[in-house]
Ligand binder design. Structure first.
Ligand code: SF4
Length: 416
């Protein structure tokens, strides 16, 4: 979401006459687009601001701006306490150029109707596009700050999304990822998310469609049906589990049980046998006993995710979970996180190794970072793949055979 918002803000500023530079030494405005989901992310931003401030002594005209959720949450405190020049909240990006022009400080008034519809993002990639289809969230998971800083759900008009996807395909961005805090709740007039996907699947100029993030309580049979039927929708879903323990899921206000979650996974795997499933899992939520934590490890063993983003719980100001008793000490959170990461690493390693010898379809996204004679891309099931190639291969589909795995990357042989 932040990458898409950075592209949105770039577009607004370019339209106002500013230009992007590729070297930070040439910048006279440095913008930090921030995330508030975890305290760690915020601390890193504050550290980076402190590091970059030395540039002001070399270039007194240099300005530093903070945008995104942290700007929304902290507002003017970032100017008063951290020496930032501009603070722009998540609903105020259209006024960012005016703020720069007038050299004023902070604008963070929430506008929970703002969708930025009609603004074409400045897509940075030459091969892939992120397209926001909705903003905000209505779910109020008890640990999460997003509904407080991003407001309630609102969906962008389907017609504009379809037009943007078509335009992306025409300029070579043929791998599309649709974005929303909960894409399953997309609703614009009589178009729900599966209907939107059906329409997007019919666009000739693109090769692939993905979407993040889905909520297990809202993932419908209709969506599974559309995924199974649509050749451009990739065999991959990101479905946050968060915990494998029903009491913890209830305290998180997630509104599903582990049985419901496993039932969805079974339906997905029955309908789309090769589907890859990735997830977010948290440990150390208040009240999580060793037994509850083991339920999460058991769920991971049973489900066998292709990949899991594992986190330790991070208390966030003004959320319900931050006020709950039985906060788990940091050393226990860390120790459980380590066990969780080790388990997932082993599961992912086996998943990747199981691909050796199989035929995969790779969409080539970039040159490999390690070799000038190799290119890198993704398989349909969201695994990074590397194969021999040149710049001419960027944006093309390759049929390849997997010859080895590093545990998180597939090494492939081009058979196109
Ligand atoms: S679904 Fe829950 S975790 Fe996701 S953004 Fe909404 S409140 Fe946060």
């Amino acid at each position: 979401m932040n990458l898409a918002d950075s592209e949105l803000v770039s577009s607004i500023l370019i339209e106002a006459g500013h230009k992007l530079v590729s070297n930070i030494d040439e910048a006279d405005l440095i913008i930090f687009n921030t995330c508030s989901v975890r305290e760690h992310a915020e601390n890193r931003v504050l550290g980076r601001i402190a590091t970059e401030k030395f540039r002001k002594s070399i270039n007194p005209e240099l300005k530093i701006a903070v945008i995104g959720c942290m700007a929304q949450r902290m507002g003017k405190r970032l100017i008063d306490n951290y020496g930032v020049d501009y603070v722009v909240g998540v609903d105020q990006y259209l006024d960012f150029p005016k703020l720069i022009y007038e050299n004023k400080g902070a604008i963070t008034d929430p506008d929970f109707t703002q969708t930025y519809s009609g603004i074409r993002p400045y897509h940075q990639s030459k091969t892939c596009a992120y397209i926001t289809i909705m903003r905000g969230c209505n779910n109020f998971c008890s640990y999460c700050i997003v509904p407080y800083v991003r407001g309630r759900e609102r969906s962008l008009p389907a017609k504009l999304i379809i037009e943007e996807v078509k335009k992306c395909g025409q300029i070579g961005l043929k791998d599309i990822t649709l974005l929303g805090q909960n894409v399953n709740s997309y609703s614009y007039q009589d178009i729900n998310f599966p209907k939107l996907l059906r329409q997007l699947n019919g666009i000739d100029s693109i090769y692939r469609i993905r979407f993040i993030t889905s909520h297990p309580k809202d993932l419908s049979d209709e969506l599974i049906e559309v995924m199974a039927e649509s050749s451009n929708i990739c065999e991959h879903i990101h479905l946050p589990l968060q915990s494998g323990d029903n009491d913890i899921l209830a305290a998180m206000n997630r509104n599903y049980t582990i049985e419901h979650y496993i039932n969805i996974i079974n339906k997905l795997r029955n309908a789309i046998p090769d589907i890859a499933i990735t997830t977010d899992i948290m440990t150390g939520f208040p009240g999580e006993s060793e037994t509850a934590f083991n339920h999460t490890l058991q769920a991971m063993q049973e489900i066998q995710f292709d990949y899991a983003f594992c986190f330790k719980y991070s208390p966030r100001e003004n959320t319900k979970a931050a006020t709950l008793p039985d906060q788990i000490p940091e050393e226990i959170r860390l120790e459980r996180l380590k066990r969780m990461v080790n388990l997932q690493r082993e599961i992912s390693r086996k998943k990747y190794e199981a691909k050796i010898g199989s035929e995969v379809e790779v969409y080539v996204e970039s040159m490999s970072k390690k070799s000038a004679r190799q290119v890198s891309g993704k398989t349909r099931d969201f695994k990074i793949a590397v194969l021999d190639g040149t710049e001419q291969d960027l944006g093309t589909i390759k049929k390849a055979r997997v010859i080895a795995s590093t545990g998180n990357t597939l090494l492939c042989y081009d058979r196109s």
